[in-house]
Design a protein around this ligand. Sequence first.
Ligand SMILES: [Zn+2]
Ligand SMILES: [Zn+2]
Ligand SMILES: [Zn+2]
Length: 305
Amino acid sequence: MKITSMIGLTLFLLISGCTQSALQDPYVVVLGIAQDAGVPQAGCMKECCIGRWNNPSNQLMVTSLGIVDPNSKETWMIEATPDFPNQLKMLTDNNQDKLEGIFLTHAHIGHYTGLIHLGREAMGTQKVNVYAMPKMAKFLRSNGPWSQLVDLENIRINKLKNEKTLELNDRISITPFIVPHRDEFSETVGYKIEGPSKSLIFIPDIDKWEKWEEDIEKVASENEYTLIDGSFFENGEIPGRDMSEIPHPFIVESMEVLRDVKDKSGIHFIHFNHTNPVLNQDSSPRKDVLNAGFNIAGSGQKMSI
Ligand SMILES: [Zn+2]
Ligand SMILES: [Zn+2]
Ligand SMILES: [Zn+2]
């Protein structure tokens, strides 16, 4: 081969290599889909969980999302759940990618207690960026064992502001927004994640839709992906308990509210209680959800943004 054509070939390979890497869209990956307590749930020997205890492939991690930029190998986690060790491994590709930060929604057990793995008894990290709203930040600073993570600088708390967008890098941004939820210890937020071409809404916990000042139908129509609270399928799911006061929109209610959204394929239910029949692959509630055009989030699912 002539030297000039060799240079040409090298240039071609370099350029096509660059183009290829530039084409790697950032994405959001689902790291877990269960409600705070996971599936199976502690103490449950009923039909919903009995077959899951001895079968790890039937066990579901708690709801969490990862954001990944494959070009820069940066990652961010939303929520620090009790399943943090496995979710960190999953998100960072066996620790090859860097965890740039953790975004928290609120102070219920499934959403922040995984932070313990950053502390002295575990990873002993240095200044991992944790992003939280003001009350959530105060809660962490003023209660052990979280306060120790702050004092020892295992974590560095960055305060978020309602509806204030934060640029994660030059391709990805994130915006927290307040939602109504039983806020004993902190406020509760959802997140909007925007990439170069698509946006994703994440609302793992919310009271009934009518308590929210935003119109979920409009929100779901304006964003390519909407991942929403699917804790319970319908009233009556927990025997002997009137669930009308349980502050979550039932999936059947959400399907009704969202029935006129043209493309429902981006609407994914997530944050499932162990009793939720949609977790059963062959159940008719699951088929009803899918037949109506909606989706059910799955662990490991990637959504390019
Ligand atoms: Zn929750
Ligand atoms: Zn169960
Ligand atoms: Zn909650």
